[in-house]
Design a protein around this ligand. Sequence first.
Ligand code: ADP
Length: 462
Amino acid sequence: MKIRTKLTGLFVLSLSIIMIILSSIIYVLFSEYSQADFYSRLESKARYTVNLLLDVSEVDSILLNKIDRVSKQNLINERIFIYNDDYKLIYSNGKRNNYVADTLFLQEIKENIEYRGRINNAEVYALYYTGHLDKAIVVVSAEDVIGFRKLENLKKILVLTSLFGVFLSFFASFFFVKNALSPIQSIIHEVNQIGNSNLYLRLSRRYNRDEIAQLTNTFNEMLERIELSFEAQKNFISNASHELKNPLAAIIGQLNVVLLKDRDTEDYKKIITSVLEDINSVSSISNKLLLLAKASSDIGLSNFTLLRVDELLWKARNEILKRDEESKVNMVFSNYNFDAPNLSVRGNELLLLTAFVNLMDNGCKFSFAKSVNVLIDYADSQLLISFIDTGIGIDKEELKMIFEPFYRGRNSVNIKGHGLGLSLVSKIIAQHGGRITVNSEINLGSEFTVQLPVDLKIGAEN
Ligand code: ADP
């Protein structure tokens, strides 16, 4: 069901309920008022008649009958019966002079002094009257035909006005809801125009501060992010294929050249070594791409195990030394308390090891002495691991970009690499709930600091 239909329905339904409740209240109040008014007229009639009969000595029942007949204030089908204290009828205005009320009823009036009620479609008012000279029970009954008609009319008016109100409210709510939802319709229309080929399009700006304007802004911000990531993805693919194409083209070229003529063993060895270097380069790129994909996907906390960071750093150091014996990785753990349990983090061993190896490798690669110092510190439940080198440093303008995939700094022209290491490191650290920061000065060196949240539960257990 469309929101417009739903809102219109709800609006009409709630208005109908309000109309029914209000009409009922008006009807009940009016009917009570009309009844009370009728009883007060019956009461004054009863008091007036009994007062004349009992307290005015010149008035007897015959004279009272005559007075009553000419009275202009008689009610419709009005009957008056007056009984003495012994329940004998002493006055009646109707033809049925022999009417005798039920003695039990009269006794009840005597006990309760007053009675109001409906008997045989007539309203009845009865009173036990104590005059100056005598006491009597007066019973007045009449039909409230006018009040009943008024009530019937009121009922009709209320039903008709309610139906008309509901009818009008249907149209009013239809146009009101249509008007209120029209910005959403235009947003839907504009969103439908946006596709892969025109992601640069944005929803028209709204300058008020209502929810629709907020929705438009949020949507535009989301489009901005989507466009950026779309762009980054496109660049990533073209960069990746470019990086893979170069060594593959070199391999093909070298193999074609070697096949042109017979060569001596030394030449073959040289070419095979060069081809092997290119193959290693392809293999290193594809390995890093695979790891990047792994680190970009949600690896999930359930796959994490408890790891000692110092052990991982030693493993990373061994890996670096295996690759190049001349590299120097100095572990400066001197001021750290190694018994402290807060060296433990939850993580994926392969990914964390890859991150540490990359940071150590960069430190050695970009420093004059091929050396990097590794420091560990602890603050605010965070483990701080710094990789400090005294190398060529990084340009301030480039500090933000070095974490983008395939970005290589101006300082790396003669240094081997593919620009994937730091983007991989930052993804891995983010997946582990940590962050990486960098400080660098050209020709003085760089300091990369990794912050990792320690597993405090382990600390508490110990
Ligand atoms: P690669 O090392 O393969 O070029 P990275 O992603 O690891 O790729 O690094 C990206 C860029 O950051 C490098 O090309 C280099 O310009 C800069 N960089 C990284 N680490 C250092 C460092 N320790 N000293 C100086 N520059 C660095």
